[in-house]
Design a protein around this ligand. Structure first.
Ligand code: SAM
Length: 283
């Protein structure tokens, strides 16, 4: 029987028939609520993108929503082979629009996946155990601006708050916020309660949007990564102390960046860290 979007069985049935019991080790919390998957898909506005990369499609709830909302081409990267038959059925229902990559999302060459597609977008209900390294990988992409013009990603709310934080919200402000807001405009779009997932996770989730800045303050991603790692590694200490792990002369480094040596990491905004990264690079 040839498949069409309307002939695809309900997701709960798909998961039951495949015997796909959610694995905690793979961060599997599935979404079956069509209103919710549609809401996430719409935030990515798939019809206006040339291609969408989806990480961890699982049985394909969000994938179906992206296709129904007009995605022209999706590349979906899934590590769990048990989900592949469900994804292949979706691919048959939307001929030529869904490519399935079986593999680890952490090991993909995203520039090659995006190819010449402009704009590309990433939309995903991320597996929580690899969400942060995936995000930092996309943010540290070279060259910049990247192929993607938007990332629409679901995280645990605590991680979402760390992405959008500023020095005014000290408890959440750290390396992730500096890297993310240096190169992107970030915002939390909406929260999703644990009860929306099967099985329900312990914590609330949030959908975050990141839009690349066309011209972020100039500095090297690697230098910024190193200075923020050192500074926030000992976030309660003064910078003249915490930067000892990367510099023999932290006071000189801080002076070159125009930052008082008695300040702490959580008081320094993105522009301050960029100045520090530049001084570190040239020092
Ligand atoms: N998108 C589906 C949904 O919303 O119902 C599933 C989301 S679930 C939170 C995360 C998915 O990522 C799972 O299907 C899991 O198998 C997959 N996954 C986990 N680690 C992965 C990795 N390193 N690379 C690719 N997929 C991974």
């Amino acid at each position: 029987m040839s498949e069409t979007p309307d002939s695809l069985p309900p997701l709960r049935e798909v998961v039951a028939s495949l015997g796909v019991e959610a694995k905690k080790s793979l961060g599997q919390n599935f979404l079956f609520d069509l209103n919710l998957t549609r809401r996430i898909a719409r935030a990515a506005d798939p019809a206006s993108a040339e291609m969408i990369v989806e990480v961890g499609p699982g049985p394909g709830g969000l994938t179906r929503a992206l296709l129904a909302e007009g995605a022209r081409k999706i590349v979906a990267i899934e590590r769990d082979a048990r989900c592949l038959p469900a994804l292949e059925a979706i691919a048959r229902a939307y001929p030529g629009r869904l490519e399935i990559v079986e593999g680890d999302a952490l090991e993909q060459d995203y520039a090659a996946l995006f190819g010449a597609a402009r704009p590309a977008r990433v939309c995903a209900n991320l597996p929580y155990n690899v969400a942060t390294p995936l995000l930092t990988g996309w943010i540290e992409t070279e060259p910049w601006p990247p192929a993607f013009d938007r990332l629409v990603l679901m995280f645990q709310r605590e991680v979402a708050e760390r992405i959008v934080a500023s020095p005014a919200r000290r408890a959440d402000y750290g390396r992730l916020a500096v890297l993310a807001n240096w190169r992107c405009e970030t915002k939390i779009l909406f929260d999703v309660s644990p009860s929306a997932f099967t099985p329900p996770p312990k914590v609330t989730s949030s959908v975050v949007e990141l839009r690349p800045r066309a011209a972020p303050l100039a500095c090297e991603a690697r230098a910024l990564s190193r200075v923020t790692q050192a500074a926030f590694g000992q976030r309660r200490k003064m910078l003249r102390q915490s930067l000892k792990s990367i510099s023999r002369d932290p006071p000189a480094l801080l002076a070159a960046a125009g930052i008082e040596e008695t300040r702490r990491a959580e008081e320094i905004d993105v522009a301050g860290f960029v100045a520090l990264a530049r001084a570190f690079k040239s020092g």
